[in-house]
Every structure is written in structure tokens, then in C-alpha cells.
Ligand binder design. Structure first.
Ligand code: HEM
Length: 218
């Protein structure tokens, strides 16, 4: 009797703790890859400073607004924050949309000045995917469709996580030895995963439930 009564409270808490740990590890990884790549960016003669010099006017707003969006997006997935402080969730949500709208497209002119044509195309796709899903999520909440709002937020955020995932994989020696080809393979693969994995995660429960329900009705 008591185990039945406690089950509903235990499961959500362990899920939210898992989410918390995921974001702690993810942001530690983000700080790590950012530091490893850019530690010498303030030394004008360093290779990384010279690499970014032609795109600096885009890099600064891009890094600030995309970075803020990445951080704010994580808080938007907190069920506790949403339940207890809806006003904060709403304000952060609008700030997130503004940061995505500025930070994401800034990646395109930045890529045009620092990267290969294939990486420019990748930036267009990544930027478009992030803005489109965020725009649809905004439309859904403005029209009162909370369930779809949540689902489109889940579809949009992974485009931002490509920043960390791609840099983690690119830092592997086997990939680094391939030069720009290695970077292109990793970035395109990470964007493709960001585009379809959320749908797998979102649809998997109903894909499993449907045959079970059909069996029960047979
Ligand atoms: C639509 C999504 C995004 C696109 C299209 C994009 C595109 C780019 C491109 C093309 C570069 C230059 C890379 C190079 O030449 O080495 C860059 C650098 C950078 N981006 Fe993004 N980015 C996106 C998301 C993000 C996010 C979510 C963050 C948040 C942390 C971020 C932060 C930075 C930073 C700090 C740099 C400079 C340092 C570095 O490359 O490590 N970007 N981005």
C-alpha cells in the first residue's frame, strides 16, 4: 500500500535529478571545450586569434547571445521552476527567443569569414533549425498549446548543443588529424542527429504504447 502511494513522487524526482546532472555535466563539458579551443584568443599573434580576426565583429555578438540562449534554455526545461515561478519561466522564455534570434544567424557571417563553404552551409542549416523550432514553440505558447510548445522547445535546443558535442568530438586526435574534413564530418553529423533524435525521444513512448494497447484490445 505504502509503496503504491510513494511511487508517483519518487519517479519525477529521480527524473529531474537526472536532468540536473545532465546539465551540470553538459555545461562543464561546454566550459572545457571553449577553454581548450580559445585559451589563447587574447594573444594577438596566436593561431586562434588570427583565425577569428576576420570575423571578430560577428564572433562577439554571436558568442554572447548564443551562449546566453544555451544557458537560459537549460533553465526552461526545469519543471520545478515552471511550476513555482511561472513569471520567471515566461520572462526567461522571451529572453531566450531574442537571444536565439540574434545569436543563431550571427553564426552564418562568422562562418563565411572563418570556415569552409561546407561549414557555411552547416551554419545555415543549424541556425535555421534552431530559429524555426524556437519560432514554432513561441507560436504554440502564444496560442495556448502548452504540450506542443514543450515539444518544439525540445526539438530546438539540441541545435544549440551541437556547439559542445561537435567540439568534444573534434578534440579527439583522430578527428583533428583530418583537418577541415574531420570538422565538416563531425559538424554535419551532429546537426543531423540534433534534427531527428528529439523526435525519436518524443515519439518513442507512444510507439511502444501503441502495440501494447493493440495487444490488450485484441
Ligand atoms: C545556430 C547555432 C550556431 C551556429 C550556426 C554557430 C556557428 C559558429 C561558427 C561558424 C563559429 C566559428 C567556428 C570557427 O571558425 O572555428 C562559431 C564559434 C563560436 N560559437 Fe557558435 N554557433 C552556434 C551556436 C552556438 C552556441 C549555442 C554557443 C554557445 C556557447 C556558441 C558559441 C560560440 C563561441 C564561443 C564561438 C567561438 C569560439 C569557438 O569556436 O569555440 N555558438 N559558431
Amino acid at each position: 500500500m505504502s509503496s503504491v502511494a510513494s511511487a508517483p513522487t519518487v519517479r519525477p524526482r529521480s527524473r529531474s535529478q537526472a536532468k540536473l546532472w545532465f546539465f551540470i555535466v553538459f555545461f562543464a563539458a561546454t566550459a572545457f571545450v571553449t577553454y581548450m579551443k580559445n585559451a589563447q584568443i587574447f594573444q594577438p599573434d596566436s593561431p586562434i586569434a588570427r583565425h577569428f580576426a576576420p570575423g571578430m565583429m560577428f564572433l562577439i555578438p554571436h558568442a554572447i547571445f548564443a551562449g546566453l540562449a544555451l544557458a537560459m534554455g537549460a533553465f526552461q526545461f526545469s519543471n520545478r521552476l515552471r511550476a513555482r515561478y511561472l513569471g520567471v519561466h515566461r520572462a526567461l522564455g522571451y529572453a531566450y527567443v531574442v537571444c536565439v534570434a540574434i545569436g543563431a544567424p550571427m553564426g552564418i557571417p562568422l562562418a563565411m569569414r572563418t570556415a569552409t563553404p561546407s561549414l557555411v552551409a552547416a551554419s545555415v542549416v543549424q541556425s535555421f533549425g534552431w530559429m524555426l523550432c524556437t519560432g514554432i514553440a513561441l507560436y504554440c505558447i502564444r496560442t495556448g498549446n502548452v504540450r506542443q510548445h514543450r515539444r518544439w522547445m525540445i526539438r530546438g535546443y539540441p541545435f544549440a548543443t551541437v556547439f559542445t558535442v561537435a567540439r568534444l568530438i573534434i578534440s579527439l586526435p583522430a578527428v583533428r588529424n583530418m583537418g577541415f574534413t574531420g570538422i565538416e564530418i563531425v559538424v554535419w553529423s551532429a546537426i543531423a542527429l540534433a534534427a531527428f533524435l528529439p523526435s525519436v525521444v518524443l515519439e518513442w513512448p507512444s510507439a511502444v504504447r501503441a502495440p501494447a494497447a493493440a495487444k490488450a484490445n485484441a
